[in-house]
Design a protein around this ligand. Structure first.
Ligand code: AGP
Length: 609
């Protein structure tokens, strides 16, 4: 998620903007930049790397301009680099733009600007298109040029614009990306998040979707898309900065659990063309390449490995290609069967996990084609892969992964469907049916999140368990492994995931009065078997919490508690069945007073062996 800050008033803009950006650093970014007026020119400085790189450069130059805009970039289109950093300017350098979000039709607009208007681009970003479009429409009125520009744009964006010929104003737009205005005396502020301006004012205008804002130092005017002036109540911010960074949630983890519907939606919908076909433009694997691939390895660590297990199932089911799924730290020492007919899929939220990176390098050395599923654009795993599928979950701050997992699942399903259709292993009818059901996942996940209080209450009665078992069959055991990892890593309760069919081969010896067992029973074809396994552990005194599809009432006769997930096809159930487990683990950890976002002994990215 990018950060936006703007200032217009009588003070020096640069230190105010840099300080505002520093309060947005928690959101994750890979570069930073500023456009500030100096001697009636728009000065732009922007650098890959930490905000301190920019600060050191601009603060020493002591820019005296009193109007400016600044940006921290979380890369989506175009790897992190000075050139791809914001602000972006038009060819004259007189118009500077910063942007948070994605312009979905930027390629079409870019081609038109190049072919019809002879524009030459300096970056790989979608944002630069906006600057050139504003220049194209500019006839002495910046506000008018911005209105005409956004009529051409499709996607989600918050933008801010300054123009050399109108040095007394900032124009900003909000469409599906957050934007607020801070109100001062003889000065006004713009930001993508409240923490950036809290130091200066607690009086805020909350900008709504499709609204355009004109800021001068003495006035803020809000327009709707019909250019009609909108009235707006002043919102008085009562939060402190700490809670503002979590947008009112108590922890980053619960915020990110609730961000999953958006993450799934973005990961899917931005890659569907007008015929509903997945377009993986960042993956260059052709049908000929696919026909040569006779084996696939999915290799990862932790949660990403659990997503890989579901990916194995999906690729084998939809694309009919055999898949090995392996833990990265084991894979590289196995002397694996890898050659040029092998596809190696690395899954990694951070893209910096050393075990995964080392495994990738080993597979590459042996001739495999490398595809990675990564959340951080331009990370090491992404840079060393032949093809990359970005999950676009936004920065995941909490150490325990949540939205990264469900967007990784979405990515694996999309890759499997793409392969299946390309190879002719999947009918177009079945393909459309599955894509349509994935498209319903955001609202189905949301319906589980809306009922979080039931799970919160359950956690309040179960947080004192010293050990917990998660069990399932088929895909459910893969998701049970993720649920078990969530619980142990944030609540420090000893938990394990077992294949329910394995109970009788040893684990059932551990079941005694009051042992908590979380039983996943979402797979229709294994439902009856799971009912038997639930009865097995109940007979030994277990307390059973079952996770089942709506409508499967039979399980209520055996389990003590049933958490229902919306009905869906067996193959896609993991996207839903993980959510109650994430919520349960979170509320248990909170009840135990654990440091949920930063659990002991753990790091967000394990860059050591
Ligand atoms: C998951 O909650 C943990 N944070 C951990 O298992 C993590 O999934 C693992 O370290 C892999 O990280 P990556 O996805 O960044 O490679």
């Amino acid at each position: 998620m990018c950060g936006i800050v703007g200032y217009i008033g009588d003070k020096k803009a640069t230190p105010i903007i840099v300080d505002g950006l520093s309060r947005l650093e928690y959101r994750g970014y890979d570069s930073a930049g500023i456009a500030v007026f100096k001697d009636n020119k728009v000065q732009v400085e922007k650098y890959e790397g930490r905000l301190s790189v920019l600060a050191d450069k601009v603060l020493e130059k002591d820019y005296n301009g009193t109007i400016g805009i600044g940006h921290t970039r979380w890369a989506t289109h175009g790897a992190p680099s000075d050139a791809n950093s914001h602000p972006h300017t038009d060819q004259t350098g007189d118009i500077a733009v910063i942007h948070n979000g994605i312009i979905e039709n930027y390629m079409k607009l870019k081609e038109w600007l190049i072919e019809e208007k002879g524009v030459s681009f300096k970056s790989e970003t979608d944002t630069e298109v906006i600057a050139h479009l504003i220049n194209y429409y500019y006839e002495g009125d910046l506000l008018d040029a911005v209105f005409k520009t956004i009529e051409k744009m499709e996607g989600a964006y918050a933008i801010a614009v300054v123009c050399k010929d109108e040095p007394d104003k900032i124009v900003a737009v909000r469409k599906d990306s957050p934007l607020i205005v801070g109100l001062g005396k003889g000065e006004n502020f713009l930001a993508s998040d409240i923490p950036a301006i809290l130091k200066h004012t607690r009086d805020v205008f909350l900008i709504e979707n499709d609204e355009v804002v004109l800021l001068t130092k003495d006035r803020v005017t809000i327009y709707n898309e019909l250019r009609q002036v909108q009235a707006r109540e002043i919102y008085k911010v009562t939060w402190d900065v700490e809670s503002a960074e979590k947008e009112g949630y108590e922890h980053f983890m619960i915020k990110e659990i609730h961000e999953q519907p958006k993450g799934i939606h973005e990961t899917l919908n931005r890659r569907l063309n007008s015929e509903g076909i997945i377009e993986l433009d960042e993956i260059k694997i052709t049908k000929e390449d696919l026909d040569k691939i006779n084996k696939i390895y999915i290799v990862a660590c932790g949660t990403a490995y659990h997503a890989g297990l579901v990916g194995k199932y999906a690729i084998e089911k939809f694309a009919k290609i055999p898949v090995n799924c392996d833990i990265a730290s084991e894979f590289r020492y196995r002397d694996p069967f890898i050659d040029e007919n092998t596809l190696f899929i690395a899954v990694s939220q951070s893209g910096e996990t050393l075990d995964t990176l080392a495994a990738l390098r080993e597979a590459k050395r042996r001739g495999a084609r490398i595809l990675s599923v990564v959340n951080v654009v331009g990370s090491s795993v992404a840079r060393e892969s032949h093809d990359v599928f970005y999950t676009w979950a936004g920065p995941e701050i909490a150490v325990a992964s949540s939205k990264a997992y469900t967007t990784q699942l979405t990515a694996m399903y999309m890759i499997a469907l793409h392969m299946g259709l390309t190879k002719g292993a999947l009918s177009r009818e079945r393909y459309d049916e599955i894509i349509a059901e994935i498209g319903k996942m955001p609202e189905k996940v949301q319906s589980i999140l809306d009922d979080f209080t039931d799970i919160q209450h359950l956690a309040g009665t179960q947080f004192n368990n010293e050990s917990v078992f998660f069990m399932g069959r088929g895909l459910d055991i893969d998701v049970a492994m993720e649920g078990s990892l969530k619980l142990k890593e944030i609540s420090y309760i000893n938990s394990s995931a077992i294949a329910a069919g394995e109970l009788k081969h040893g684990t059932i010896a551990l079941i005694e009065d009051g042992t908590l067992v979380v039983a996943l029973a979402t797979q229709d074809k294994l439902y009856e078997k799971m009912l038997s396994n639930i009865k097995e552990v109940k007979a030994r005194g277990a307390h059973v919490v079952a996770i089942a599809k709506e409508g499967n009432k039979e399980v209520e006769k055996s389990a003590d508690t049933v958490i229902y997930i919306p009905d869906t096809m067996d193959e896609l159930a993991p996207i839903l069945s993980v959510v109650p487990q994430q919520l349960f683990s979170y509320y248990v950890a909170v009840a135990r007073g654990c440091d949920v976002d930063k659990p002991r002994n753990l790091a967000k990215s394990v860059t050591v062996e």
